[in-house]
Design a protein around this ligand. Structure first.
Ligand SMILES: [Zn+2]
Ligand SMILES: [Zn+2]
Length: 341
């Protein structure tokens, strides 16, 4: 491969700058790397791209030396005549992340803005930060291990060479990423439309819109709720202590729901209350299940003297007319006692 062929391989005009060579190579690598490109010619093309790059990089280094002297010629009058090369299209982002939702958010879904940092991995070195050279590692002479010697100089064992991590090949810092393994980090801010009724552990694959073809893979996590418990079928539960006297008095109380506070009338005949269609969606985007409130009336362990008096009056006022369950029970109980002799 000659220098002209190398320029052509990278799609550059002869005399391109070092920066342009690097940019073109990066762009072609992201297009032709066999990890991304399944076509049968990808491997051969990738080898030609690398070869062209090495050739031109050597040329640039050789030319850089004589150009080191200051140039006496005046600078060209018009710099703007040369238009900068268009920004190469960036590869599509594949963002995979957790999505933590409260039960309230998951119940209704809707638009949500996700923010974070995207790390663009260097494809040229597959994120390693180096490339292998065909030359052997100079620290272990290609063996991959280094002998450990004791005080007398005798070899007592071997350890893996830390420079080549045991593969015996010399490493070259990756040119594309300067050895970092990544091409950059950037902040992203993406609005997504979530369906109602996402469950803990679900996976959501979304297209992020825009021209780059970005894709999002979200691992849904529902936060523990301080008040509610969710059944797999979407039934929502809340166990709620209430003042026993308020319960006896059939008072209105405030109960929490997924949509906010709501008034509920206590009924001393009942401990369980069903709020229809106020639970979690039965399925993703489906109708809402029921919400069940279980109340636990609480009475004081010790009554005050005033309360004791009131209870005495309540007990004395209690009547069980014929036909009432208590009257019926007493009739059967007294009959049985009489037969005991
Ligand atoms: Zn790299
Ligand atoms: Zn080594």
């Amino acid at each position: 491969m000659g220098t002209d062929d190398a320029y052509a391989e990278l799609g550059l005009a002869a005399g391109a700058t070092d920066h342009e060579i690097k940019a073109a190579w990066r762009r072609l690598v992201s297009q032709w790397h066999p990890d991304r490109n399944a076509s049968p010619q990808a491997v051969a093309r990738m080898q030609r791209i690398n070869l062209a790059f090495e050739l031109l990089r050597q040329g640039v280094e050789a030319e850089a030396r004589p150009q080191a002297q200051p140039q006496a010629e005046p600078a060209p009058a018009s710099k703007s005549a040369r238009t900068p090369p268009p920004e190469p299209p960036r590869p599509a982002w594949h963002i995979e992340r957790k999505l933590k939702l409260t039960l309230e958010q998951a119940a209704v879904g809707g638009r949500m803005v996700l923010r974070g940092r995207h790390v663009e991995r260097c494809e040229a070195c597959e994120g390693l930060g180096y490339r292998h050279s065909p030359r052997p590692c100079e620290h272990c002479h290609g063996v991959g291990r280094i002998g450990q010697r004791n005080w007398f100089g005798w070899v007592t064992g071997f350890e893996t060479c830390s420079h080549c991590e045991g593969d015996g090949l010399a490493r070259l810092e990756c040119e594309a990423c300067n050895g970092h393994g990544e091409l950059g980090r950037c902040r992203y801010e993406i609005a997504v439309d979530l369906p109602a009724g996402l469950r803990h552990g679900e996976e959501l694959n979304l297209s992020a819109g825009g021209t780059h073809g970005d894709r999002l893979k979200l691992h849904v996590m529902l936060r523990e709720h301080a008040l509610f418990r969710l059944d797999p079928d979407g039934t929502l539960h809340c166990e709620m202590p209430v003042d026993g006297f308020l319960w006896m008095a059939n008072r209105w109380i405030e109960v929490p729901t997924l949509g906010g506070m709501q008034q509920l009338r206590l009924d001393r005949r009942h401990l369980r209350y069903r709020l229809r269609g106020q639970g979690f969606p039965k399925t993703r985007g489906g109708p809402r299940a029921h919400y069940i409130v279980d109340v636990k009336p609480l009475f004081p362990a010790q009554f005050t003297r005033e309360q004791e008096k009131l209870i005495e009056r309540l007990a004395a006022s209690q009547q069980h007319p014929p036909g009432s369950p208590m009257h019926e029970w007493r009739t059967r109980f007294e009959g049985w006692k009489g037969r005991q002799g």
